[in-house]
Design a protein. Structure first.
Length: 48
């Protein structure tokens, strides 16, 4: 296991929402299920 960022690519297909802004939330894997080990990265996005 590593605590470093792991490079990856992804394609997300979705129907355009009625809002202009939203978030992509990346949740870190937490095999221990301990709440203090939970972590996530929130990336704000603007829909055009």
């Amino acid at each position: 296991m590593t605590e470093d960022f792991v490079p990856f690519t992804a394609t997300i297909k979705f129907i355009k929402p009625s809002t202009k802004q939203g978030n992509i939330v990346l949740h870190k894997a937490n095999a221990s299920d301990l709440e203090d080990k939970d972590d996530s990265l929130v990336v704000p996005v603007t829909f055009y």
